[in-house]
Ligand binder design. Structure first.
Ligand code: NAP
Ligand code: G4F
Length: 340
């Protein structure tokens, strides 16, 4: 049987690891690029490395900023599909390291595109684009027609790669942008707000004396389930022609609502007191302060409201999100993925 070959950059991350599992299940041969790291960074790949699929899974050391290495890997692997998920993906951190963020997210994508073109690799390319591109738009709901107003080094770097993809697409390459809204899972990095809240709440439930320090409680996000969303990255590459598509749940909640849901589920209902940096979240049952505001976590500019309209994806790739925010929180509290 002839296997399709996929290459995933960012395979050790949240999405990369779920996508690798999804493609191996679909009988692909999967190659992934991992960065050299003095600590083992393969935790998200444990399922694969302990499974029968290991035989069809190959890891290559590399870095998206290293074009010599990209050329070497591409000419060896000759993938049919490439998923460019590698990124400095943290918005808050991007304000501190804007140059590095651009080297990885913007120039990394350029180096990959040029390598594909120069080596004449006949493949389809998915680029991990983002709802951060929309910035603080007046639109209440964002879709493929909504103008972009990036407001962070991260989103500016991702707008560069978004535009590059369109440029190569118009030159005839099958390259497309998945404009994904926030998506989370038990594999979400610890410093992103959902995982941070859940881990702290679990520790507090287990008698830790800590307080959870947060930034802006009033920003709203459209949160979905990462394991569910990776399927639609693949579906985008099964289209006849490349299309940029929004993937979103179509529901939005504030960080504060997320906190309330998590602490309620763990039987520590929260009442709120005070305003601004003096606002605190108190356990209704014992009056202990559990949540405080720490201005360190405020961003230079905040993106206030994300709410996606995925109508185009619903039509073209039958996008149908099944997991609600409440289910997602349960999955993250249990730290156990569900079949999807
Ligand atoms: P993630 O967990 O932070 O994973 C990022 C991956 O990129 C990791 O494997 C990381 O490797 C790798 N990476 C970082 N710098 C690299 C470099 N210079 N060369 C090669 N690899 C590098 O992010 P994610 O949540 O899975 O997101 C995947 C992609 O989708 C990212 O491009 C992100 O910007 C984008 N995105 C995410 C969301 C979301 O809500 N999750 C929404 C929209 C778009 P290490 O393991 O070595 O750090
Ligand atoms: O979890 P976050 O850090 O995710 P953010 O900034 O929305 O970015 C994520 O989603 C993007 C898609 O829209 C991706 F492109 C990007 O790669 C990443 O995956 O923060 C969510 C919200 C923000 O408004 C932030 O200000 O939570 C607010 N927040 C409040 N306190 C906090 C905290 N964020 C973090 N990380 N840590 C806090 O203590």
């Amino acid at each position: 049987m002839k296997h399709k070959i996929a290459l995933i950059t960012g395979v050790t991350g949240q999405d990369g690891s779920y996508l690798a599992e999804f493609l191996l299940n679909k009988n692909y041969i999967v190659h992934g690029i991992r960065r050299i790291n003095s600590n083992n960074n393969l935790n998200n790949l444990t399922n694969i490395l302990n499974s029968k699929y290991k035989r069809r899974f190959n890891l290559h050391y590399g870095d998206i900023t290293d074009s010599t290495n990209l050329h070497k890997i591409l000419s060896r692997v000759k993938p049919h599909e490439i998923y460019n998920l590698a990124a400095q993906s943290h918005v808050h951190v991007s304000f501190q390291i804007p140059e590095y963020t651009h080297n990885v997210n913007a120039l990394g994508c350029l180096k990959l595109l040029e390598a594909i073109k120069n080596l004449k690799i006949n493949c389809k390319l998915y680029q991990a684009s983002t709802s951060e591109l929309f910035g603080n738009n007046n639109n209440k709901i964002q879709n493929e027609q909504t103008p972009f107003k990036p407001i962070s080094p991260y989103s500016i770097s991702k707008l560069y790669s978004y535009n590059l993809i369109n440029y190569y697409m118009h030159q005839g390459m099958f390259a497309c942008n998945g404009i994904l809204f926030n998506h989370e899972s038990p594999r979400r990095g610890n410093s992103f707000v959902t995982q941070k809240i859940i881990n702290a709440a679990l520790r507090i439930k287990n008698n830790s004396n800590e307080t959870l320090n947060l930034g802006n409680l009033y920003a709203k996000r459209d949160w979905g389930y990462a394991k569910e969303y990776v399927k639609y990255m693949w579906k985008m590459l099964q289209l006849k022609n490349p299309e940029n598509l929004v993937i979103a749940s179509g529901k939005t909640y504030s960080v504060k609502e997320f906190v309330n849901k998590v602490f309620n589920k763990l039987d520590m209902p929260i009442k709120w007191h005070g305003k601004g940096i003096n606002e605190v979240g108190i356990n209704k049952k014992n009056n202990k302060i559990l949540i405080k505001i720490d201005p360190y976590y405020f961003r230079k500019i905040e993106l206030n409201n994300l709410l996606g309209d995925a109508s185009k994806a619903k039509k073209l790739i039958k996008f149908k999100p099944k997991v609600s925010l409440d289910q997602l929180i349960d999955i993250m509290i249990e730290k156990k993925d569900i079949d999807i």
